[in-house]
Design a protein around this ligand. Structure first.
Ligand code: SF4
Ligand code: ZN
Ligand code: ZN
Length: 309
């Protein structure tokens, strides 16, 4: 099969569009899609101080490579990669090593912040405590909430004006379905609000890779010689997300384009709904001062239940 753009041997074929691309044209198409997403949704300003949340997984390393290239065209803008060490035994160490290695390679400043240092406990310790106390939350709930807070706090200290995460199209479709299954419509709409939101004390979060399927990011990482680590987080297999991931992959195989349909339907519906939603009033958490709609932010609420604050 030949590349539709230049006639070289194709390495990629898109079943939905029927487009075949060679390695060079495929990589260019991914980079252009990221640029298009940034432009279309107004994700960055020319003078943003961007914090890249880099776990060390392939998606975040690909994001760092592409955004570092784009950012070179904007000398007023700055870039810093931040890796959060949640303290997950036999797992996070590999990600930390790769994040550091590729930050150096792509010429991006890199910082590491740990749960243990900031909260006093690693995720493994927190999960043990939750188990002892028979609390119903999944490890991913603690991990996600505490990671988001730590990124926001450290982002403010670093003067970041945007936090970019490497969520891809698969992640987005999974999150939408998860919130639908939980009946959490407000959270669904908040997904969009987090972009360019102007809540005092809350750094807007943007997702420049949101339109790229996970499989295409894997191929891009492979052609960029980015090392993939095949160790899964020990907590991932018990999560609802993992079940939905498996279901969506089967569904996408049978019905190509299903993930994108879920994503784009949600965007259209929630943009319309968001217009009619009452603005939420934000206060400061009584323990830590982070923005929240309640007395306590979610992170302090979880830590309080565990008896850790
Ligand atoms: Fe954290 Fe869950 Fe991801 Fe593991 S799978 S890193 S616990 S969010
Ligand atoms: Zn080509
Ligand atoms: Zn708090």
């Amino acid at each position: 099969m030949q590349c539709n753009k230049c006639g070289n041997i194709a390495v990629y074929f898109n079943k939905i569009s029927g487009v075949a691309l060679c390695k060079k044209c495929f990589m260019k198409s991914i980079e252009e899609k990221v640029r298009w997403t940034i432009g279309k949704y107004g994700l960055f300003e020319w003078n943003d101080h961007i914090l890249l949340a880099v776990s060390g997984g392939k998606d975040s390393l690909v994001m760092m490579k592409i955004i570092a290239e784009i950012e070179r065209e904007f000398p007023q803008s700055t870039l810093i990669a931040v890796t959060i060490d949640e303290g997950i035994k036999n797992y996070r160490e590999i990600g930390l090593k790769l994040a550091k290695k590729y930050a150096e390679k792509f010429g991006v400043e890199h910082e590491i912040y740990s749960f243990k240092k900031f909260y006093g406990y690693s995720l493994s310790e927190i999960v043990e405590k939750a188990y002892e106390k028979k609390l119903p939350h999944h490890p991913c709930t603690y991990c996600g909430v505490l990671r988001r807070k730590l990124l926001n706090v450290k982002g403010k200290e670093l003067g970041a004006t945007k936090i970019a995460t490497a969520h891809n199209l698969d992640d987005e479709a999974q999150t939408i379905l998860m919130n639908i299954l939980r009946g959490d419509v407000e959270r669904l709409i908040r997904l969009l609000r987090a972009e360019n939101t102007k809540i005092p004390g809350f750094i807007p979060r943007v997702k420049p890779m949101q339109l790229i399927p996970e499989s295409e990011l894997a191929l891009y990482a492979y052609y960029s010689n980015i090392e993939l680590y095949s160790v899964d987080c020990p907590y991932s297999h018990t999560s609802l997300r993992d079940e939905i991931r498996r279901f969506l992959n089967i569904f996408e195989k049978k019905h190509p384009g299903a993930k994108y349909s879920i994503y784009s339907s949600f965007r259209k519906i929630s943009q319309k709904l968001a217009k009619n939603m009452v603005e939420i009033e934000f206060k400061r958490c009584k323990y830590c001062g982070e923005p929240t709609t309640r007395e306590l932010c979610r992170a302090c609420e979880l830590l309080e239940q565990l008896g850790l604050i």
